[in-house]
Design a protein around this ligand. Sequence first.
Ligand SMILES: *Cc1c(COP(=O)(O)O)cnc(C)c1O
Length: 347
Amino acid sequence: MSSSTFTITELRAKIDALPRYRIARLPTPLDHMPRMSKELGIDLFVKREDMSGLAFGGNKTRELDFFIGDALQRQATVFIAGGGAAQSNHAVQCAAAARRAGLHPVMVLHRFRDEAQGNVLLNRLMDVDVRFIDGATIDSAIDARTALEGQMHRVAREYERRGESCYVLPTSFHVLGAAAYVDGAIEIVEQMATQALAVDHLYLTSAGATQVGLALGLKMLGAQPKVTGISYTAASNSLVPRMIDLGRQVGELLGLPVSLSNDDIRNESYAGPGYGIVTPDGLEAIRMAASLEGMFLDPVYSGKGMAGLIDHVRRGIVRKGERVVFVHTGGLPAIFAYHKELARTAS
Ligand SMILES: *Cc1c(COP(=O)(O)O)cnc(C)c1O
C-alpha cells in the first residue's frame, strides 16, 4: 500500500464535507449469486445499486444525493436535467429525487422510443415537465449535447421569468456524480472487510462518472479489485481521456493526492449497434440473471454490462474461480418499454 492512500475515515471525511440531501438507502446490499457463480465458474457477488431505494433504484440515486444537496444549497426551486432518450433512466431518477426534495422537475429529452411505458410512464405519473429536443439523434452525442444545453438554458430562462430559481444538470458526467461513487467505493471496501472477501475484479456498466468514482475510491483506499467498465454507447476513443480528466476534477474537489491513469480505466463497449438497441448477448445476460437468481437486469445498461462480464469470463480475461463484484446500476423500468423485444426472444 503506498503512502498516498487514505483510510476509510479520512476519505469519508472528504465526502462528508460536500452538501448532501439523503434520499438513497445506504449501504445497498452486496449479495452472493451462488447459481450464476456455478454457471459461470467464478465467484460472483452483486452490489445492489438497483436497491438504492428511489423510483426502482439505480446508480443515479446515490449521485442525486449530491446533485440535490447542491441544488438546495443554491436555493433552487426548479431542477432541470435529462439529456438522454425519452426512456432515460437518469431522467426518471432525477425527477423522483426532485419531487422528494420539493423541487419542480423539468426533463429535456430526445424523442427516441417515447411509448408511454417504462420510464415515460413514470415521468407522466410524476407530472414532470418533459421537453423534447428537436433535430438531434441520440448517438450524435457531441452535437446533441450542444443542442441539449442550449435548450436546458432556454427552459431555465422561461422559468426564471416566472420568478423561479433553476438548477441545471446537463449531464451526469459530473464531478459530484463521480464523488458519489468515491463514497460507493468506500461502501464496497467496508462490505468486503465485513464479509472477509478478497475480490479480484469489479465490473460495472459505465461510460463515465460511476466508473471514475469507483476507480478513484478503490485506488485511494489501496483496494485490490481491478475495475472494468462496460460501455452502453458505441466505443469512443475520447472516453478514457475524458474519464481521466473527470477523475482529476474529483481529486481537486476532494483534495486527493492520487489521480487516475490509463491503467486505471479499462472500458470496453458492449453497446452493439448503439445506445438503447437490444443485443442478443444482453438478452442472454438478462435471462441468465432472471432465471437463475430472480434478479432483473435491463436491456440498455445493466444487461449489456453483465453481457460484457460473461464474455470476459468466456474469453478467459476473468479466470475460473476468480471473485468478481458486479455493480448492478439499475435501469429496471426499461424492461417494460422493451417488452416486445424481450418477450419475442424469451425461451
Ligand atoms: C446512467 C446509468 C449507468 C451508467 O452511468 P455512467 O454515468 O455512465 O457511469 C449505468 N446503468 C444505469 C441503469 C444508468 O442509468
